[in-house]
Design a protein around this ligand. Structure first.
Ligand SMILES: [Ca+2]
Length: 219
């Protein structure tokens, strides 16, 4: 009887462990018409908010020119907080330039999608939230880890004004990403969220099972 009960309990635990794996599937948040734009120091009064793309780069091989993308998912209310991972992903489909780095910076003041320019750009944090090295390939996702910032937005300890995207080297590169106005709905900017897998709960359950078996054997 003890063995049968043990098998039954173990089976239940295995099933519950299987369920926890399913819970950890990523959430892909990819709404139409989020706030996205890019600003260009060489065209300091231009606004590009309605474009179907955003750019980031240096454009002319000179550090005198900067092109920065601005991305803000305004409504995060349907998404969980305290997540295990939050990544901002942008689909690079065009643009020139060899491998370089791409960085995300926290935007720290408000901006308006259809009026912001280089001359009215929002403020940002001084250090990058994340920096990644990217290949020169086109048609790839660039994935930036913004987990800490996202969790701060959800916890209310930081205000969500979005992130600014810059490239870090100066090879005359310009990266073109689809914006949220793009007709390629699957290639718009997206947030990929992974919620914590309740591994600690599984460990507690296994410990409880071991204790239960030990007590049964001691009887
Ligand atoms: Ca836009």
């Amino acid at each position: 009887m003890v063995r049968i009960s043990t098998v039954a309990v173990a089976a239940c635990l295995i099933l519950s462990l299987g369920a926890t794996v399913a819970l950890a599937d990523p959430i892909v948040y990819q709404p139409y018409n989020i706030k996205d734009n890019y600003i260009d120091s060489s065209n300091p009064d231009d606004n590009q908010g309605v474009r179907a793309w955003v750019n980031a780069g240096h454009g002319d091989g000179s550090n005198n020119r900067h092109i920065w993308a601005l991305i803000q998912f305004e409504d995060l209310s349907s998404l969980p907080g305290n997540v295990q991972s939050a990544k901002l992903e942008l689909y690079r489909y065009t643009g020139s330039g060899t491998g370089t780095t791409v960085s995300a910076y926290q935007i720290t003041s408000d901006w308006v999608e259809n009026s912001v320019t280089w001359n009215t750009k929002p403020t940002t944090g001084s250090t990058a939230v994340d920096t990644i090295t990217v290949p020169s390939d086109l048609n790839v996702w660039h994935s930036l880890d913004i987990t800490s910032l996202y969790n701060a937005w959800k916890a209310g300890t930081a205000t969500n004004y979005g992130v600014q995207i810059r490239t870090g080297t100066n090879n005359g590169e310009t990266f073109g990403y689809y914006s949220s106005e793009s007709g390629y709905t699957d290639l718009r900017p997206r947030l990929v969220i992974v919620v914590p897998e309740p591994a600690s709960m599984s460990l507690v359950a296994l410990a409880s099972l071991a204790m239960w078996i030990r007590r049964r054997r001691q009887r």
